[in-house]
Design a protein around this ligand. Structure first.
Ligand code: AHR
Length: 606
């Protein structure tokens, strides 16, 4: 029985509590939310692959396609496509075809905006045909013809309106004139969410809008760090005309066009009524093993990154008379976006000795120029004042349920808390009810303590089923369809039903909760990161000992032995001292003889 005492209202619930975190992981952006339908539109991927551009021929057409680095469109574009038409016998056509991001879905009667740059070599004197076709290239759903190409790069725009539905269509550009022509930035867009140019896929963007997020954290995540400094996120290269954006190698394993750029994130936030929260790089890259192998911009060169962050704020908020405010106006938004939050680094508490040198420099520079901006830190002991700290939690359902009271006892004089990333990742598969319930339980605790927990965002938001780098995720999609996992609906329900004031309640009766044993989720003999259980046991079939370690020390690069001892693992549970990362190692044991079991914390007793 739940009894509420409305005569004694509790804390005001933070109006910014439930937000969203977007990162281009799992093809969340390119091939996902970003509505561009053609994969590798600028031919900047390392090579042409069957997943993007293929040679197209019809009739007795003969020819070839290849990447060219000659006579490029501009400095941002490092590669283009050269199409060589050798023969057009028997009404032969030669060109290039693109099947989208693991599929191209077109709807009868809908209009698709096509644009591309093309240039004829001196031996080519003809027009291009642009079409949508079936996979066998036997049926044409829509087609348009350009004027004769010129010998200079020129932008062509047209609309294709297919007469048939097909979720497996192909886009084709071809010619039936011999000679060579070049193509670059070949793009096709459907109608977008909120009718934005260069906008977002309507179904996916609507699902995020339905979460009613009070803020939007972007663009990462590890995404901002880049595997190296070269591939870090440089927001200035993500604004302006898309053909002037070079794109970059995303550390999640693919190249991103940055078509969904800094301006689009700000615009998206505004369109959703969400406060933008920008995460800046602090000159530390992800680079393989995040614990030990990071590359950095030296402290004495950090000024470029600090200036980059200040410029980002000026782009978002500065007057149109300022340098970056003027750029914002040029990109269609003279009014400020009112950025109120900036996060200094992403998870760079993993490199604490570096972070404590860097955060203070960012904090002071930002506060000096923009005292009204809330600066979010990756750690609460960052060598300078911390107003708000970002905490990340990826654990098992039971951890989240057991930790619903986590913030009840937090120090009220410490920094405000932003739980920037959290999700059940163990025993969660690609999303399930137990994960959603674990998160929901934890969210009740954040809400009850939202006098200090001011903001929170689930992660990751999206996964394209063709590139599952991270499980689970809130919104699952392919090129044609999408659905929410149970975790998505938890986010949506909490976001849509925000409370104003906490009403104290008492729950009596009901089943008694006992901690349940949890199996699996821990990689035996491998890095078993982010396991957060008090109790862990390894059961051996051959009687050998196993070393359990926790407390990875970032600076020394060493793991510390759990409880300082070798643990004889014959079925007894061992308690982790800090409930953080745990791994098991043992000389030359045959790991197939071992099972590792974790047991949830027993609250209030042994
Ligand atoms: O959400 C996925 C990743 O988890 C983020 O990029 C990173 O911040 C965290 O480690």
């Amino acid at each position: 029985k739940l009894t509420l005492d409305e005569s004694k209202p509790g804390i005001a619930i933070s109006p910014t509590l439930y937000g969203a975190f977007f990162e281009d992981i799992n093809h969340a952006g390119d091939g996902g939310l970003y509505a561009e339908m053609l994969m590798n539109r600028s031919f900047e991927n390392a090579d042409l692959s069957a997943e993007s551009w293929l040679l197209y021929t019809s009739g007795d057409g003969e020819g070839s396609i290849e990447i060219t680095k000659d006579n490029l469109l501009n400095k941002a574009q490092k590669q283009a496509l050269a199409v060589k038409v050798d023969s057009t016998a028997h009404n032969g056509w030669v060109g290039a075809t693109n099947g989208g991001f693991w599929g191209l879905s077109v709807t009868k009667g809908k209009s698709y905006k096509v644009s591309f740059y093309a240039k004829a070599s001196s031996d080519f004197n003809g027009k291009l045909r642009v079409s949508l076709e079936d996979a066998g290239h036997t049926v044409t759903y829509a087609e348009q013809t350009t004027e004769a190409l010129s010998n200079d790069w020129k932008l062509y725009t047209l609309t294709l309106t297919p007469d048939t539905d097909d979720t497996g269509a192909y886009f084709v550009i071809s010619a039936n004139t011999t000679g060579t022509f070049a193509l670059d930035v070949v793009s096709m867009f459907p109608d977008t969410w909120n009718n934005r140019e260069n906008g977002m896929r309507a179904d996916l963007a609507q699902m995020v809008a339905d979460m009613k997020p009070s803020f939007l954290r972007f663009p990462g995540g590890c995404f901002i760090e880049g595997a190296t400094q070269e591939d870090a996120y440089y927001w200035k290269e993500t604004i302006g005309p898309v053909e002037e954006r070079p794109g970059h190698n995303n550390l999640w394993g693919y190249r991103t066009t940055d078509g969904l750029g800094f301006h689009e994130f700000l615009q998206w936030s505004e369109d959703m009524g969400a406060e933008p929260l920008y995460v800046t790089n602090v000159g530390i890259s992800h680079d393989g093993n995040p614990y030990t192998d990071y590359s950095t911009t030296p402290i004495d060169e950090l000024g470029v990154w600090i200036q980059d962050a200040l410029d980002a704020i000026e782009y978002a908020n500065g007057p149109v008379t300022s340098k970056w405010g003027a750029e914002r106006a040029k990109n269609g938004h003279p009014e400020p976006f009112n950025l109120k939050y900036i996060e200094v680094g992403n998870e760079n508490n993993f490199q604490m000795s570096e972070y404590v040198q860097r955060y203070p420099l960012f904090y002071k520079a930002i506060k000096e120029k923009y005292p009204e901006i809330t600066v979010i830190s990756n750690a609460d002991n960052a060598g300078e004042k911390v107003e708000m700290v970002d905490e990340h939690y990826y654990f098992a359902p039971q951890w989240f349920m057991n930790n619903a009271d986590k913030y009840d006892s937090y120090d009220r004089s410490g920094p405000d808390i932003y739980v920037g990333e959290y999700a059940v990742t163990i025993d969660a598969g690609t999303g399930n009810m137990a994960a959603a319930l674990g998160e929901a339980a934890f969210m009740t605790g954040m809400e009850r303590n939202s006098d200090i927990v001011k903001m929170a965002s689930y992660a990751p938001l999206f996964v394209n089923v063709n590139d599952r780098k991270w499980n689970p995720d809130a919104i699952v999609f392919d090129h044609a369809t999408s659905y929410g996992t149970p975790s998505y609906y938890v986010q949506m329900l909490f976001g849509q039903n925000k409370g104003d004031t906490l009403i104290p309640g008492t729950l009596t009766g009901g089943p008694k909760a006992e901690p349940a044993p949890i199996s699996g989720g821990v990689g035996v003999g491998t890095w078993a990161t982010q396991v957060e259980y008090d109790d862990i046991k390894v059961t051996s079939a051959d009687g050998k000992n196993v070393l359990l370690e926790d407390s990875f020390n970032q600076d020394s690069g060493a793991w510390q032995t759990m409880n300082g001892d070798w643990a004889v693992q014959d079925g007894s549970y061992v308690q982790s001292s800090d409930q953080t990362d745990v791994r098991a190692t043992a000389g030359d044991v045959d790991w197939s003889n071992y099972t590792m079991t974790t047991r949830a914390r027993k609250t209030g007793g042994a």
